[in-house]
Every structure is written in structure tokens, then in C-alpha cells.
Design a protein around this ligand. Structure first.
Ligand code: FAD
Ligand code: DHB
Length: 401
């Protein structure tokens, strides 16, 4: 390892972005379009970041942002616009007409890894720095006007002197931990279950997503393309994925999702499987001095409401606008509002994700009363225009501000 320290040669403006997930890459892209330089630093390899299978549901606001930011061409061609979802319980599927209930708003199915691929292509074309496999990253002098990022890359120690640092390094990153504990309040909730998710080579048998509560627990039918389905099953938080043969997974999915009208998912070769724990985390505020936390670095939601990636996109849009305004001499009012506005959106998404999760999962130790109450809630949901509108408004998401 070379002990030399190389201080970045920098232009007039520089934003240090930690993490090349959707939040970091979109922020770098929005800043680039505004003529602002940034360095994006990622601890994993490029392949790992691109291949990681995660979100699939883009809210209308995320889709609009992708188009506005000039990164929507492939999304426009390959994304699958869905105007409704199904809620299944008691053996029957019930459609919620999201577009009809929200004045034409919808969701689009487009994998997070496709979003990341598209943003990376533009980043490479911009010629601005994006470094993978950085190690020993640390952030310093956050409460001054000249914060710094230190890291190692290809055996060389670097230091970047920045105007702002964006902590887009997800739930296990270093930025959140760099804030003195006395300046950060953390709100957390663990859920006593997890999701076993699979990606399968099987054409979707439903045009739209199916969220199901069955006596055997929650299941979700989703997709990625006309030939690939994505499905999830409620399981234990410490579930050993090796205990799940392909036959067992399909048997359980069909038992939990199959409905009285004969509909069921179609089995196919399982391409990937993994267990995702479920938790809620919010840190307040989302800013310390010149460090701004965005995306999963600031908040985690359980995946049932499909909100995590969308919250991350809303954060970085606000942050990019605030940084741009400050560089343009417009003052720091938007930077000062960044956290409060983000927390308002975050808590609304937390509430929605918690509600969807509690309504659709079975809990160990619950009583027959609890399950009957869940069924009654679902029955009310699918028979009340007001209740369906509330779900639809939250699911398609409110416009980004
Ligand atoms: P991340 O994607 O976690 O990116 C952070 C990056 O920072 C990573 O690449 C990481 O390697 C890097 N990093 C970490 N530490 C360091 C360090 N020290 N130095 C440098 N780099 C570092 N959301 C939705 O909106 N819709 C959905 O349908 C949906 N479904 C989901 C399904 C599953 C199974 C899961 C797990 C999540 C789902 N989500 C969904 C949530 C969504 O995937 C996340 O909210 C999203 O990835 C957040 O993006 P991010 O950029 O903030 O963080
Ligand atoms: C998907 C993930 C979610 O968390 C969700 O609520 C709906 C769909 C998906 O991966 O397709």
C-alpha cells in the first residue's frame, strides 16, 4: 500500500458522494446536468452494484424524474406501466384501479439494477469520477465549510476537499455513524418476519402485482419483464435459504397466491434467491453541518409499500436543487429545509409501509381474533372507494417537491 496522500485537483465546486446506489448515482447525474462536479465513491465492485436484485416498483414521481433528467429512454421502452394492483385474501383476488382513483397516476415496473445501469452509463459518458472498490473511507470536518473525504483506491490514499458531502451509502454505510450521537435521533422498529425473494424464468401469469394474505402468511407476485417473474414469501427473520428447495418454494407460492378463479403463478427455473429482513429506521435530522444523508442512509422502510428507492430519489432531487441554488448565489434556504421536508415524506412512507405490512403479514403469537380483524380490514379496503383511494394515492406516491 502506498502511503502517499494525493489531494484531489478540483474545479470550482465539488460535492463528495459516498455510495453508488440509485441515490448517489442520481445525485451525481443531477449535479452534472447543473454543471456541478462531484466524485462518487463506492466500496463494492461495479458488477456487484449492477447485479444486486432489489426494488422493482417505481412511483410516478420517480418515473417523471428519470424522464426530466434525460435518463428515461430505456425506461420508456422497457418499463411496464401498471395502472392497478390486486389484493388477494380469502381465496379471491380484488383489483384496485390505481389510475382511476388517482387521476391517472400509475407505477412502473423497472428493476433497480436497470435504473443503476442507466445512470452508470451516463456517469461514464460525463467523464466525471466514479470509483469502485474504495476502502477505508472516512468523512471529516463536517461542521465546517470545507468537509473532506478520505479513502484508498487502487492502493493510493486520497483526500477530496469538498463543499458538501452526500451520505448515499445505504443502511450499513459510514456517513450516518460520522454524525456525533448527540446530534442524531434514531427511531427504529424490527418486524418479526422477513421475505424470501426469488427471481424466476417464467412469464408472468398476471398483468399486475398480487399482494396476498393467506393463512400460511404473506406472498407477493411481481415481475421484471414478459419472461421474468419476481416473487416473495413471508418467512422467519433467521430463515436458512438452503432449507428451501425450488419445489418447496413453488409449492408455498402457489398455496399462498393461487385463487378460486384458477389463477396461480407459473413455476419456472429459479435464477436467484435471498432473504431480506424487514425493519423501519428513521434518523433525524438528515443533515449535520455540510453532510447530507439521503436514501437508505437516512431511512429504511419495510418493502411491502415499495417505497425505499422512491424515497431515495425524492431526497436526491431535493438535495440537488438545494445545492444548485446555493452555488448560484441563491442562499441556503433550501439546504436548511432539506431535512424537514424529507422527514415529512419519510414518515408518511413509514406509516404507509407499516400499515401495508401489518395488514398483510401473520405474526407469531397472534390470536384468531387478530387474523379475523386483518380479514375484516381487507374486506373493508376492497369494498370502500375511500379506502381504496387512500391506498392508491400512497402507492403511486405524491408528486416530488
Ligand atoms: P443503496 O442502494 O443501499 O446504495 C448504497 C451504496 O453505498 C451501496 O452500493 C453500497 O455498497 C455503498 N456503500 C456502503 N458503504 C459504503 C462505504 N463505506 N463507502 C462507499 N460506499 C459504500 N424500494 C422501492 O422503492 N420499491 C421497491 O419495489 C422496493 N423493493 C425492494 C425489495 C427488496 C427485496 C429490497 C431489499 C429493497 C427494496 N426496496 C424497494 C428498497 C430499495 O432497494 C432501497 O431503498 C434502495 O436501494 C436505496 O437506495 P440507496 O442508493 O439509498 O442505497
Ligand atoms: C417488488 C418489491 C416490493 O417491495 C413491492 O412491494 C412490490 C414489488 C418487486 O421487487 O417487484
Amino acid at each position: 500500500m502506498c502511503p502517499c496522500l494525493s489531494v484531489f485537483l478540483r474545479g470550482l465546486f465539488l460535492v463528495g458522494i459516498v455510495g453508488a446506489g440509485p441515490a448517489g448515482l442520481m445525485l451525481g447525474h443531477l449535479l452534472h446536468r447543473a454543471g456541478i462536479d462531484s466524485v462518487i465513491l463506492e466500496s463494492r465492485s461495479r458488477e456487484y452494484v449492477v447485479e444486486r436484485v432489489r426494488a422493482g416498483v417505481l412511483e410516478q414521481g420517480t418515473v417523471d424524474l428519470m424522464h426530466e433528467a434525460g435518463v428515461g429512454d430505456r425506461l420508456g421502452r422497457e418499463g411496464m406501466r401498471h395502472e392497478g394492483i390486486y389484493i388477494r385474501f380469502g381465496g379471491a383476488r380484488h383489483r384496485i384501479d390505481m389510475a382511476g382513483l388517482t387521476g391517472g397516476r400509475a407505477i412502473t415496473i423497472y428493476g433497480q439494477n436497470e435504473v443503476v445501469k442507466d445512470l452508470m452509463t451516463l456517469r461514464f459518458a460525463s467523464g466525471r469520477p466514479l470509483h469502485f472498490e474504495v476502502t477505508d473511507l472516512s468523512v471529516h470536518d463536517l461542521d465546517t465549510r470545507a468537509p473532506r473525504v478520505r479513502f484508498q483506491h487502487e492502493g493510493v490514499q486520497h483526500e477530496a476537499a469538498c463543499d458538501f458531502i452526500a451520505g448515499c451509502d445505504g443502511s450499513h454505510g459510514v456517513c450516518r455513524g460520522a454524525v456525533p450521537p448527540s446530534h442524531l435521533q434514531t427511531y427504529e422498529r424490527e418486524y418479526p418476519f422477513a421475505w424470501l425473494g426469488i427471481l424466476a424464468s417464467a412469464p408472468p401469469t398476471s398483468q399486475e402485482l398480487v399482494y396476498s394474505l393467506s393463512e400460511r402468511g404473506f406472498a407477493l407476485f411481481s415481475m421484471r419483464s414478459p419472461t421474468i417473474t419476481r416473487l416473495y414469501l413471508q418467512c422467519a427473520p433467521d430463515e436458512d435459504v438452503n432449507g428451501w428447495s425450488d419445489d418447496r418454494i413453488w409449492g408455498e407460492l402457489i398455496a399462498r397466491l393461487g385463487s378460486d378463479d384458477g389463477w396461480a403463478p407459473k413455476p419456472g427455473a429459479i435464477l436467484q434467491k435471498g432473504v431480506t429482513p424487514m425493519r423501519s429506521v428513521v434518523v433525524e435530522p438528515m443533515r449535520y453541518g455540510r453532510l447530507f444523508l439521503a436514501g437508505d442512509a437516512a431511512h429504511i422502510v419495510p418493502p411491502t409499500g415499495a417505497k425505499g428507492l422512491n424515497l431515495a430519489m425524492a431526497d436526491v432531487r431535493r438535495l440537488a436543487t438545494a445545492i444548485e441554488e446555493s452555488y448560484a448565489g441563491g442562499g441556503e434556504a433550501r439546504l436548511d429545509e432539506y431535512s424537514d421536508r424529507g422527514l415529512r415524506r419519510t414518515w408518511r412512507a413509514q406509516r404507509f409501509s407499516w400499515w401495508m405490512t401489518s395488514m398483510l403479514h401473520r405474526q407469531e403469537g397472534e390470536t384468531p381474533f387478530d387474523y379475523r380483524r386483518q380479514l375484516a380490514e381487507l374486506d373493508y379496503l376492497v369494498s370502500s372507494q375511500a379506502a381504496m383511494t387512500s391506498l392508491a394515492e400512497n402507492y403511486v406516491g405524491t408528486p416530488f417537491d
